[in-house]
Write a protein that binds this ligand. Structure first.
Ligand code: TRH
Length: 376
């Protein structure tokens, strides 16, 4: 059985751990790989998967051998007694331990070595995906592996049964009711149901004020995040009520439950990288709060994703989505965009379903990586 090592350093938030963990699980469950996941911080992983115990240096959860990577400095000790795997993933360009690199260079044949990059819809990704990068001293070559939205990229993470499970859940009112009950929620059937996840700088209070007089009730599930902290600071203890908008606080959910939340809602506010991809697979309209970068590099990334999405939709729906996304990300001021977006939710949903369907025809990231690694 081919052995895989995934190394990941947590920069901040959940995205780094979330993507590495999802990939590790899929390689194990669907491709029969023996996977070690080296993470320098187990806290985010234990939030995403409560079975993970942050106190353990080594544990196996859902078939993945999880190692607490204690010293990530270049000379850091990972576990010198363990030979490198057949395939090595450095997630998001993290630096591998020098001792590990040395051991990789002695191994015959040398391991396949990939730098799993951040997700972007920018056009240059197509031509950079798969490029080699030789190590400056050692006889090793790393290959860039870019996730992405076109068949020329490494694709998106998507479990083989994901869309079947989603359809079954979305067509099963009883399963949805049981889910809301388990979360101790009771969204009114007449309400537009939303989930809310984003960064602290989102113009949330302004959004709620603009929706306060919306003609239909709006019910919003808010898993623990900077936005729930913001709501608490502004309005006190939950639930929060702003005119026709009710907001229900939730704890931070497991990744599995978070998928159910996205599937159960009429539309979702997501952020970063992994929740964005999960919102796409939910097949429901979503608003993306992009991770802010220096020099406003994220403006280009946001525009690139909008361009890909909007290529398959009508110009008026494309314009409505663009305005709301740019407003939510504070790139431009469009005070009426949120209301216009909500008024057009049914049409936006159809457009979203087209795009999700189109993307689901491409091979998924784990499949592409396994093919590229060549260790069938
Ligand atoms: O946490 P993030 O902001 O992570 C970010 C991005 O990945 C960004 O690209 C990266 O540069 C930065 O980290 C360092 O957003 P993201 O990527 O959506 O990850 C959140 C994960 O949390 C995702 O797997 C969904 C999951 N989640 C839950 O499991 N339960 C929840 O209740 C919520 C709200 C999210």
């Amino acid at each position: 059985m081919a052995r895989w090592d995934i190394f990941c350093t947590v920069i901040d938030n959940y995205g780094d751990a979330a993507v590495s963990w999802r990939l590790a699980r899929q390689l194990t469950a669907e491709h029969g790989k023996s996977v070690r996941l080296w993470l320098d911080n187990l806290q985010p992983l234990s939030a995403l998967c409560p079975q993970v115990n942050v106190m353990l240096p080594r544990q196996t959860v859902l078939g993945v051998d999880i190692r607490h990577w204690v010293n990530t400095s270049a000379s850091g000790v990972y576990d010198d007694t363990t030979p490198p795997a057949d395939v090595v993933i450095a997630a998001f360009g993290c630096r591998l331990p020098e001792t590990y690199l040395q051991a990789m260079s002695r191994q015959q044949p040398a391991p396949r070595w990939f730098n799993l990059e951040y997700l972007s819809a920018e056009p240059w990704v197509d031509s950079c995906h798969g490029l080699p990068s030789p190590h400056p001293q050692l006889p090793l070559e790393q290959q860039f592996f870019f996730p992405g939205f076109t068949p020329a990229t490494g694709g998106l993470l998507r479990e083989a049964d994901l869309l079947t499970r989603r359809d079954a859940f979305q067509n099963d009112a009883g399963a949805q009711h049981a889910f809301w009950q388990r979360l101790a929620c009771s969204p009114p059937s007449s309400a537009i149901k939303l989930s809310l996840f984003g960064y602290a700088h989102a113009p949330l209070i302004e959004l709620l004020n603009s929706w306060a007089n919306f003609p239909a009730p709006i019910w919003c599930a808010v898993p623990h995040s900077p936005l729930s902290t913001l709501l608490q600071a502004q309005f006190g203890e939950p639930p929060w009520q702003i005119g026709n908008v009710t907001l229900h606080a939730l704890p931070f959910l497991s990744q599995a439950d978070y998928d159910l939340l996205l599937w159960a809602c009429d539309a979702n506010f997501v952020r970063g990288e992994d929740s964005l991809v999960r919102a796409i697979w939910a097949g429901r309209p979503f608003i993306w709060h992009i991770y802010p970068q220096e020099d406003a590099a994220h403006h280009l990334k946001l525009a690139a994703l909008l361009q890909q999405m909007n290529a398959v939709t009508s110009p008026d729906i494309a314009a409505i989505t663009l305005e709301f996304w740019r407003h939510w990300n504070k790139i431009e001021n469009h005070p009426y965009a949120a209301t216009r977006w909500l008024e057009n939710l049914a049409r936006i949903k159809i457009a979203q379903q087209h795009w999700t369907q189109y993307l689901s025809q491409h091979n998924d990231l784990a499949h592409n990586l396994v093919q590229c690694a060549g260790f069938g």
